[in-house]
Design a protein. Structure first.
Length: 211
């Protein structure tokens, strides 16, 4: 994993220093306000506490933006990562509250995959989605949809278009491993109740985004 520290691209010249800091500040502010708006909208939809949800969304988005900036600097990868994290945040919240995720969220992730890529890379992105979705489809068939559902498969395929084959597979492994560990610790008494998988997958895919 290659970490690109902030210092080298800040200490270039006084002019670049001023420009970079304005861009950084703008990215953080925009992501924070976007997250707050999404938090308010989500809380209204699921009849949750508006203030707490808005603050939660904002805190996660701002933290994620700072981490992305530390890794990628003022680059298209940062913007792409911020957009992806916001969509996954809404998807995770929806899965936690209702155990379902609207199809348009997966479509938005697919559209995010086209940010900053060349036309020649599109076939590879589509192939990545197909390859990474195969394991989830097999698990869904074998477990009769009790562990992985249609929304999980769609979001996994969409994220694979953004982060590629290896990123998608690594993210899937991290997400599934986290879900198994957490659910073993919690030991849900109601075995018939489904648990939200997308928050774990979202965590895995965002970790894989940095690899």
């Amino acid at each position: 994993m290659m970490i690109r520290p902030i210092t080298p691209w800040i200490l270039t010249s006084s002019e670049n220093l001023q420009t970079d800091w304005w861009i950084i500040l703008l990215l953080i502010i925009v992501s924070g306000f976007a997250a707050m708006f999404l938090g308010f909208a989500s809380s209204k939809k699921f009849f949750d506490d508006k203030r707490k949800t808005g603050l939660l969304f904002t805190g996660i988005a701002v933290s994620m933006s700072i981490i992305l900036i530390c890794f990628f600097g003022c680059a298209m990868s940062t913007i792409k990562g911020i957009v992806l994290s916001l969509i996954l945040l809404v998807s995770s919240y929806s899965d936690i509250k209702r155990r379902e995720v609207e199809d348009y969220l997966s479509l938005m992730v697919v559209l995010t995959a086209f940010i900053g890529i060349e036309i020649s890379q599109i076939p590879f992105a589509i192939l990545s989605a197909i390859i990474v979705s195969i394991p989830t489809i097999l698990v869904c068939i074998l477990c009769e949809g009790k562990t992985i559902g249609g929304a999980d498969i769609k979001l996994t395929a969409a994220c694979a278009m953004v982060i590629g084959v290896w990123g998608g597979l690594i993210g899937l492994m991290i997400g599934l491993t986290l879900s198994i560990i957490v659910n073993l610790v919690i030991q849900n008494k109601d075995k018939e109740e489904t648990f939200p998988l997308i928050p774990y997958l979202a965590t895995g895919f965002m970790v894989a985004y940095f690899i």
